[in-house]
Design a binder for this molecule. Structure first.
Ligand SMILES: C[S@@+](CC[C@H](N)C(=O)[O-])C[C@H]1O[C@@H](n2cnc3c(N)ncnc32)[C@H](O)[C@@H]1O
Length: 374
């Protein structure tokens, strides 16, 4: 079957690399989707193991589509009973880009009708109860080319299941993971999260140290599909568990000056099963000075949403710059939407990449230590 993995803008290359490491599959990324042929076990593996992906879909059909009749006929032709249980509630999510079909609600009703009519015929019934699990079918039409995709993840994969408490301006787990994947860090190198908030970067790094699959503790929509085979899920989970690292992990250090945020971070770390690896410091990051000569700092500093925050932001970023000067052999990775960050930090970055934290456009800056510059 055809599988399609969606990922965030700026992160495509990282997700591609993860897929290659996991399945040995090399596939191109088009419009934020990495699509390839694979079996059901691979679909489960992707859901459980990919740390930077958003969702995993089964592509049920793809065809040229310029009108609603073609859309209806191709949707009706799909063997929906192979996946969708009789009592499921199917919701339709159209994604329409530069195409003749550009009416969102008309696409939803045509697609819903085609799928329900086919299911009624297949289940030999006049009424579908819709009392069971909600499942999502995406209708993606780009330049008149349509892909019908069944969402097998359900909620976005950044929801690992460890974060049930929300703080201020936290990063998505998948973005924090991508930041780490884009850095020179590996589990044998010291890591510090200087503005930890709810602990996302520190926890994602700890999961990587343990080589713990990010989706091990959550549920997925594929578990409700007719095509689902529990044995494959059990196999995928036990394989993931067998890959857990046996190495003694290095302690990760995380700083914040807000005790409430730190409490959330501690609870999340506990729920993620990594509380033993992370040492949380109720301390100003300006006091950070490591006895390790080399390591990696990650930083997601406050960015000041209001104009009157600006003097505080300027001072904070300058203090952060002095942390770098005091730790000259450390690499500094910073994500912020503050556009003059390099000026405040007093140093041009070695690398920059545009990333989105939800809808906020940010830049991810890498300031490398001399020994890491090529
Ligand atoms: C944008 S939030 C970080 C969110 C975090 N990445 C997460 O996913 O939850 C910035 C954090 O920096 C903390 N902070 C502000 N000034 C600080 C300082 N001088 N030292 C350490 N932490 C500070 C704030 O309390 C806040 O929790």
């Amino acid at each position: 079957m055809l599988i399609s993995v969606s990922t965030a803008s700026g992160v495509e290359a990282v997700t591609k690399r993860e897929i290659y490491k996991l399945l040995g599959v090399e596939a191109p990324s088009i419009n934020g989707r990495i699509t390839f042929e694979a079996d059901y076990k691979a679909l489960i593996d992707c859901n459980i193991n990919l740390s930077t992906a958003s969702r995993v879909y089964i592509v049920l059909a793809q065809f040229k589509c310029c009108d609603f009749d073609t859309l209806y006929d191709n949707l009706y032709a799909v063997d929906w009973k192979a996946h969708i249980p009789e009592n499921a509630k199917v919701i339709i999510s159209p994604k329409l880009v530069d195409s003749k079909i550009n009416a969102f609600s008309a696409t939803q009703s045509v697609a819903k009708k085609a799928i329900c009519e086919k299911l009624k015929k297949q289940y030999k019934t006049n009424i579908l109860p819709e009392s069971g699990k909600t499942l999502e079918v995406e209708i993606c039409i780009t330049h008149d080319f349509c892909q019908i995709c069944l969402n097998t993840s359900g909620e976005s994969l950044h929801k690992r299941g460890y974060r049930n408490l929300y703080g201020q301006a936290q990063l998505k787990e998948s973005l924090a993971s991508a930041m780490i994947e884009l850095s020179v860090w590996n589990p044998s190198r010291p890591l510090v999260d200087l503005f930890t908030g709810t602990g996302t970067i520190a926890i994602e790094a700890a999961l990587k140290e343990k080589n713990q699959a990010p989706g091990l503790k959550r549920r997925f929509d594929f578990e409700a599909l007719n095509s689902f085979d529990l044995k494959l899920l059990e196999q995928a989970k036990s394989e993931a568990i067998s890959r857990l690292s046996q190495e003694k992990p290095l302690k990760i250090h995380a700083y914040d000056i807000d005790e409430k945020q730190l409490n959330l971070a501690r609870q999340h770390a506990k729920r993620a099963g990594v509380a033993d690896i992370i040492e949380f410091h109720f301390q100003d990051m300006a006091s950070f000075k490591s006895n390790q000569s080399r390591g990696i700092v990650f930083a997601n500093p406050p960015y000041g949403e209001r104009l009157e925050d600006r003097p505080m932001i300027e001072k904070l970023y300058k203090d952060y710059a002095s942390v770098r000067r005091n730790n000259p052999e450390w690499c500094f990775y910073t994500i912020t939407p503050v556009t003059d960050f390099e000026k405040l930090f007093g140093l041009k970055a070695d690398k920059r990449r545009k990333l989105y934290n939800g809808r906020i456009e940010c830049c991810y800056y890498a300031h490398l230590a001399k020994s890491n510059k090529k």
